[in-house]
Design a protein around this ligand. Structure first.
Ligand code: 0RA
Length: 639
């Protein structure tokens, strides 16, 4: 018997090692990428396990702690991962969960599971990608512990103490040989944790950074209603109390909150099993269809639309709308480029009927607010007509001017989009350097002066009357707006935003990202948008210059050069692009052979859009405070 057990152990052990090895060979397949995003994904993965425990009703509190040695702990007061011996594997269930790919689900029929490659890869993936990991489980009055190195146990599961309460605590240090950066960001983590707290009503989530003693505690009794209030905190709302409804059918739960405000933008966020479905999907389509239908029906019935008024279109009823659609589904099918689009066809009709019924009921019960909302939609419909006319005018104008491109554009000589680039540059002086430094065969330069229009508060018609926006649109050649934008007319392969590394630069970049996200989204989705990475410092070391792109790199450089060179390092901090001469700008930022470009993903553009709506609210004070508090973060947007 003993021999047989050994054999079983060996065979499964080999499988385990193979599995972990696969993760280490291709980490991106499991966590998306190995950039700072992938690094943070490790924490989300651990937190997701705790959230699942909370969704089952077993856990009320989750704690994330960033330690001084750059490791992170995720603690929850759930039931604790089971520790009894797993028969097939002949070892503790805890060890199996921690070391076998996708083992988690086998022990626990979860209310829902998250599949599709975004989250839900299992805590064993975190283990495999960690230099070390420790897990502590409090269960049955005891505390159990096991430790691992790059995913492999270094000890059996041991009892290390006793405790009445139950829970799980996982602490890990991401493997530096796998991740490009190994420092977690308090801002990035707390933003996601806050979102999770909104999405999971009443769940307590806290985060502490032991390096800085920063701490945040999230707990929202209002759930999605609190989320809407948070998103609209700087906007003038039409219904102060967001409309909320929830229903469950066929094991699919649907939760929706919405409010209207006096802006002209649409802020529609959708989630499936707590995952932000940036590309939307069937739940969102169902919501949109029902929203349009219910509002039209209500307006007709209540005689709020006059004879001759146009029917309200989808765009009309979503102008100035902030809404969250959050569903929980036992078997979600994720599709799309970033696997953030829900594909399940049954969801569409389900959401549609829930919204039709619940929204109609609420409109009928609150006729004052319903009237205000319809009023707002009606005025959107009327100005839609005006917008259409303005757009046509611009289109005609652009056609007339199409031979003569905007005067400010220094175009490249190559034609056609292949291998060509346009740099959108902040300020005329940097524009001048860029024009001199560029390779004019394939690089075009468009200097922007001043701020582009606040697109938050402007409808498309007004936006097109803004000089800077028109110049951008005309230079790109694509047209603008949901109906007129045509990607195949794009005149350049890469659109590169090049701004100063200061708060103003970050602001302009955020504005531009938001503009592209809202009005030329396909361009972002198809990967045409980039952010240039100018250096932050030039350091003179001996005879040579080195260009340094962030503070971490500077620290490392100083450490390295202190040993060999006691001379004082001559450090020049670049504040603006204009401080570089054309040659330096070319070498450090524009030359395809030497530069690094950040490709903007739809997620980053979404983040920018979110921050932008904060920055552009009506009140000056929160905006000032936000910029002050987040100056660093805004710069870090592009990590
Ligand atoms: C499977 C079964 C049970 C708990 C868990 C998994 C569990 C996993 C994690 C991961 C992080 N925190 C967690 N908390 C619980 C419970 C089985 C039982 O007690 O009946």
């Amino acid at each position: 018997m003993a021999v047989k057990k050994e054999e079983v152990y060996d065979a499964t052990q080999i499988q385990v090692l193979k599995g972990l090895d696969a993760v280490r060979k291709r980490p991106a397949m499991y966590i998306g990428d190995i950039s700072i995003r992938g690094l943070h994904h490790l924490v989300y993965e651990a937190v997701d396990n705790s959230i699942d425990e909370a969704l089952g009703g077993y856990c009320t509190e989750i704690e994330v702690i960033m330690h001084k040695d750059d490791s992170v702990s995720v603690y929850d007061n759930g039931r604790g991962i089971p520790v009894d011996i797993h028969k097939e594997m002949n070892k503790s269930a805890l060890e199996v969960v921690m070391t076998v790919l996708h083992a988690g689900g086998k022990f626990d029929k979860k209310a829902y599971k998250v599949s599709g490659g975004l989250h839900g890869v299992g805590i064993s993936v975190v283990n495999a990608l960690s230099e070390w990991l420790k897990v502590e489980v409090a269960r049955d009055g005891k505390v159990y512990r096991q430790e691992y190195n790059i995913g492999a146990p270094v000890s059996p599961v041991r009892v290390v103490g006793s405790r009445k309460s139950t829970g799980t605590k996982v602490t890990f240090l991401p493997d530096k040989t796998i991740f490009k950066k190994n420092k977690f960001s308090f801002e990035i983590l707390s933003e996601r944790l806050r979102e999770l707290a909104f999405l999971n009503k009443d769940l307590k989530i806290s985060i502490t950074d032991e390096k800085t003693d920063r701490n945040e505690k999230f707990r929202y009794k209002g759930g999605l209603v609190s989320f809407i209030e948070y998103l609209d905190q700087n906007r003038e709302t039409i219904n102060k109390k967001p409309i909320y409804f929830a229903a469950e059918k066929d094991h699919i739960s649907v939760e929706i909150a919405l409010a209207y405000n006096d802006s002209y933008t649409e802020n529609l966020y959708s989630y499936v099993n707590n995952i932000h479905t940036i590309e939307g999907g069937t739940h969102l389509i169902g919501f949109k269809t029902a929203l349009t239908r219910s509002l039209n029906n209500f307006a007709m019935k209540a005689k709020l639309l006059k004879n001759g008024d146009p029917t309200l279109t989808g765009e009309d009823v979503r102008e100035g709308l902030t809404a969250i659609v959050s569903i929980k589904h036992p078997e979600p099918q994720f599709e799309g480029q970033t696997k953030t689009k829900l594909g399940n066809s049954e969801v569409r009709g389900l959401v549609e009927s829930i919204v039709n019924e619940a929204l109609t009921e609420q409109l009928e019960q609150n006729s004052t607010i319903a009237r205000k909302i319809i009023d707002k939609c009606r005025s959107s419909a009327l100005s839609r007509e005006a917008a259409r006319k303005a757009k046509e005018l611009t289109r005609r104008k652009t056609m007339l001017e199409s031979e003569g491109l905007p005067g400010k554009l220094a175009d490249c000589s190559a034609r056609g989009p292949e291998k060509t680039e346009i740099f959108i540059v902040e300020g005329d002086s940097a524009g001048g350097s860029a024009k001199q430094g560029r390779n004019r065969r394939f690089q075009a330069i468009l200097p922007l002066r001043g701020k582009i229009l606040n697109v938050e508060k402007a409808r498309v018609d007004k936006m097109l009357s803004n000089e800077e926006i028109r110049i951008i649109v005309a230079s790109l050649g694509t047209g603008i707006g949901r109906d007129d934008f045509q990607l195949d007319r794009l005149r350049y392969e890469k659109i590169i935003i090049m701004t100063d590394a200061d708060v103003d630069g970050a602001h302009i970049r955020t504005l531009l990202l938001t503009f592209f996200f809202r009005h030329m989204r396909e361009l972002v989705e198809k990967g045409h948008l980039y952010i240039a990475q100018p250096p932050l410092y030039r350091v003179k070391a001996g005879k040579d210059y080195a260009y340094i792109y962030d503070d971490e790199e500077l620290e490392e450089f100083m450490k390295k050069n202190k040993k060999s060179d006691t001379d004082k390092l001559d450090i020049q901090r670049y504040k603006g692009l204009g401080e570089m001469n054309p040659d330096q700008l070319w070498k450090t930022t524009m030359d395809p052979e030497q530069r690094t470009l950040l490709q903007v993903t739809i997620e980053e553009a979404f983040e920018a859009d979110f921050i932008f709506s904060m920055l552009m609210g009506d009140n000056v004070e929160p905006r000032r405070k936000f910029i002050e508090e987040n100056a660093k973060y805004v710069r870090n947007l592009d990590v």
